[in-house]
Design a protein around this ligand. Structure first.
Ligand SMILES: Cc1cc2nc3c(=O)[nH]c(=O)nc-3n(C[C@H](O)[C@H](O)[C@H](O)COP(=O)(O)OP(=O)(O)OC[C@H]3O[C@@H](n4cnc5c(N)ncnc54)[C@H](O)[C@@H]3O)c2cc1C
Length: 747
């Protein structure tokens, strides 16, 4: 890609998420009308007549005698919130609520943060395993690296607020590839190469990938099968090109096409030719739907995808396998194209400007990522209730006869004494529950009376989660940092062996440590796996790691020796060295972590456009919200968890405001959360607070609303459409009443 061709990744990603949210709100509106119609046809004392064209406001006007306006508090401005989970999402919720409490008069928010795990696992997927309390004796089992790109702004604002500044003891550079591209090995098809090989003169199939394949199955010398492609692939010799860059290039055409379609649709709306459902708007939606229903594999193998979808590059099976093997986990490309593209964009590292000093874009936390959670827990006003598992959520549906009285959500909380292991269950009432657990962890609670809508139940059960394992070995010296390896500035190596990816630490390296000790013990993240590779390695991981893991240890040392053997140190010599220097190890399978059952959301084809809305919308009469990384479009990043929190709190206040538009505190909260972001200086670490603005992925207006036209968040105002957040809050109320109360009555 030339310099001018850099895509505005941020706008693309958010436009897509916003578009999906807006379109699916219209589907929800249709569902709500159908629910009302169905209930009224079967219940005599529900005299509601619909013409099937009602807007959200109109539908609410027609139904409010039976639903009220929802969001009824025991006292104006007084909220008690149950926050389930103390990962970054749960802890951030408490920080936002503290911040609002301090600033807004007339607001009295109380909350509990309820966490199933004990002190050692505060932070959820912010998890650092410490082999001892010695300074660098750790590795990050969960989140470990943070790119300073536009999408991650809120993450860095949070770091700043927590006092994590660049420098030792704070944020230190994370070296994603090895800095000089000279020392990290790669090992595929039993061929070992060292350093970045893809720019080498005379390079021909370095890993002999085409050996033994018939002409038809070979990765072709040149791809010229896409005559109309704008991508830089024409004539590219695939076995000479960095596979990671090739994947980006392969998706480039699709992303560019999507942006063009967004622009055309926007122009159509701005020219007054349509409100989003004109010719260009329809083209855009068809394109997005096709893309979302395709797997990455399908797209890469496709050529002509019809008039609504970008042509694919037409790769053969082996080419796609090769790209997947070198860049992601086995089976990863069976997931949705949309998910892969969104992930690709989250990883986007801004290009270095020519002639200017090299800037750092990737960071990690010195001391480990779990420090983020510990600093957050120190900052929040109320202590986390540890060893406390939410085992049931109850929306008290049977008490909702009078829609204008306060009905709480009730949580059953099982507290286990970590010493005696004795447990007791207590009930606690809250106005609203913000659940930050993974969807699998939520699914196993007793949700029978949780007030969940059918679509949300489906989403909780079916949304895809990726598998991931990490294994670190503590060696008696940092052998990889010294002769003959010299891998002393981070980086990673890749292989098709079971360990798949070996990550060299960016901490405890001679580059940044004044007293770096070449003879001291050191930790190497020797295997980071995803997808099927993680499932397979996970079968060797025991719950009492490192015990009962002889087979795993054998595989790790053997793979490390194969990967690192070179002309100066043979495989056999390395096996002796590694065996001698091995002190202990630690292995983690995120699918077998009982409080997770999955590493991060990774949606399958069709799930983003069909199911995402189901977890971002409120349930249980507007009193239950799904937050956390799955409930955002930034899956597998902590920024996703942060954005989901702002969305949920904002929507909840829209609901409160709908019920009580004259209570100023609610409007003030909405103003605070939606204020303009602080201007950022390019290249510097972001400044400002992480509590605003609203996430860009959340629409501000409904699909049928003209851009710039006046809107309201008060459903009593009849001549203006409701804002998107107010509409979603109102719809949740209507759907809850008619799906959970009246349909049940009619059944
Ligand atoms: C292997 C791996 C690598 C990653 N790498 C990065 C990275 O480099 N950079 C990045 O930004 N992000 C990364 N991520 C993603 C990031 O870690 C997550 O997006 C983020 O930490 C999720 O936070 P959360 O609050 O949504 O969920 P969680 O952290 O999962 O928090 C949910 C909490 O709920 C608790 N819980 C579960 N059930 C119950 C219950 N019944 N009652 C009470 N509590 C319960 C859990 O114990 C947990 O503490 C990575 C994740 C993984 C797994």
């Amino acid at each position: 890609m030339g310099k001018k061709e850099i895509l505005k990744t941020n706008s693309y990603k958010h436009q897509w998420a916003r578009h999906v949210a807006r379109k699916t709100l219209q589907d929800d509106l249709a569902t709500a009308r159908a629910l009302v119609k169905d209930a009224t046809s079967r219940i005599d004392n529900l005299p509601i007549t619909l013409d099937g064209k009602e807007s959200v406001t109109k539908l609410l006007t027609k139904t409010k005698e039976f639903t009220g306006l929802g969001f009824v508090l025991p006292e104006e401005g007084k909220l008690k919130i149950g926050i389930v989970g103390a990962g970054v999402g749960g802890l951030f919720t408490a920080m936002v609520l503290d911040w609002l409490n301090e600033r807004v008069q007339g607001l009295d928010i109380d909350y509990d943060i309820i966490e199933a795990a004990g002190e050692e696992r505060l932070g959820g997927r912010l998890y650092t395993h410490k082999f001892s309390e010695k300074e660098h004796d750790y590795y990050d089992v969960g989140a470990m690296r943070f790119p300073n790109n536009e999408i991650m702004t809120r993450t860095f604002q949070l770091f700043k607020l927590l006092g994590l500044e660049p420098g030792k003891g704070g944020l230190i550079p994370y070296y994603l590839p090895d800095e000089d591209d000279k020392v990290c090995p790669s090992y595929f098809n039993d061929v070992n190469c060292v350093g970045y090989i893809w720019n080498r003169e005379g390079l021909e199939d370095p890993f002999r990938i085409n050996t033994g394949l018939s002409k038809k199955d070979e990765i072709p010398e040149e791809y010229v099968v896409v005559p109309k492609a704008r991508i830089v692939l024409i004539g590219v010799r695939l076995l000479k090109k960095d596979p990671a860059k090739l994947v980006s290039a392969s998706l480039y055409d699709f992303i560019k096409d999507t942006i063009e379609k967004f622009d055309n649709s926007r122009d159509e709306i701005e020219n007054g030719e349509s409100q989003g459902d004109g010719e260009q708007g329809t083209k855009l939606w068809k394109h997005l739907m096709k893309a979302d229903n395709m797997s990455v594999h399908q797209f890469l193998s496709s050529t002509d995808n019809g008039p609504d979808m970008t042509r694919g590059p037409g790769y053969n099976y082996n080419t796609i396998e090769w790209l997947e093997t070198v860049t992601y986990g086995t089976g990863w490309y069976d997931q949705a194209l949309s998910e892969c593209v969104l992930d690709e964009l989250d990883f986007a590292t801004p290009e270095q400007e020519e002639g200017k000093p090299k800037r750092n874009f990737w960071y990690c936390v010195d001391g480990g990522g779990q420090r983020i959670a510990r600093l957050m827990a120190e900052k929040v006003k109320k202590p986390v209730q540890l060893n406390s598992q939410v085992v049931a959520i109850n929306a008290n549906v049977s008490k909702r006869r009078d829609p204008n009285t306060y009905v709480p959500m009730t949580l059953d909380i099982k507290r286990t004494n970590p010493g005696s292991k004795q447990a007791d269950v207590r009930k606690e009432d809250y106005f609203a529950v913000l659940n930050s657990t993974t969807l699998p962890a939520l699914q196993r609670m007793n949700l029978k009376d949780a007030g969940l809508l059918w679509g949300t139940k489906q989403a909780i059960r079916s949304l895809g989660y990726g598998a991931s394992c990490k294994v670190a070995i503590k060696f008696s010296t940092p052998w990889w940092q010294i002769e003959p390896f010299n891998i002393n500035k981070g980086g990673l190596s890749r292989t098709d062996l079971p360990v798949r990816v070996c990550v060299y630490p960016s901490y405890n390296i001679s580059e940044i440590e004044e007293h770096w000790d070449p003879k001291g013990s050191s930790v190497l993240l020797c295997s980071y796996t995803w997808g099927q590779d993680a499932q397979r390695l996970g079968s060797l991981i025991s719950p009492d790691t490192p015990d009962n893991e002889e087979q795993l240890k054998g595989v790790l040392l053997h793979n490390l020796a194969l990967l690192h053997a070179n002309e100066k140190m043979s495989y056999d010599e390395l096996m002796v060295l590694l065996d001698k220097q091995y002190e202990t190890h630690h292995a983690w399978d995120w699918y077998r972590d009982q409080n997770m059952s999955g590493a991060f959301a990774y949606f399958g084809p069709g799930q983003f456009s069909n199911m995402w809305e189901e977890i971002i919308k409120p349930n249980a009469f507007g009193q239950l919200y799904m937050i956390g990384e799955a409930a955002s479009s930034h899956h597998a990043w902590i920024v996703g968890a942060l954005e989901s929190v702002i969305r949920a709190i904002y929507v909840m206040f829209e609901g409160l405001n709908s019920n009580d538009p004259n209570y100023e505190a609610y409007t003030e909260v909405m103003n605070l959360l939606s204020q303009a972001p602080q201007e950022q200086q390019e290249g510097e670490l972001p400044s400002g607070l992480p509590f605003y603005p609203l996430p860009e992925e959340m629409p501000k207006r409904q699909d049928s609303t003209e851009r710039g036209a006046p809107q309201t968040n008060d459903p009593a105002v009849k001549d203006k459409p409701l804002t998107y957040p107010a509409a979603i809050a109102s719809l949740s109320l209507i759907e809850s009443y008619f799906e959970l109360v009246y349909s049940a009555q009619a059944a």
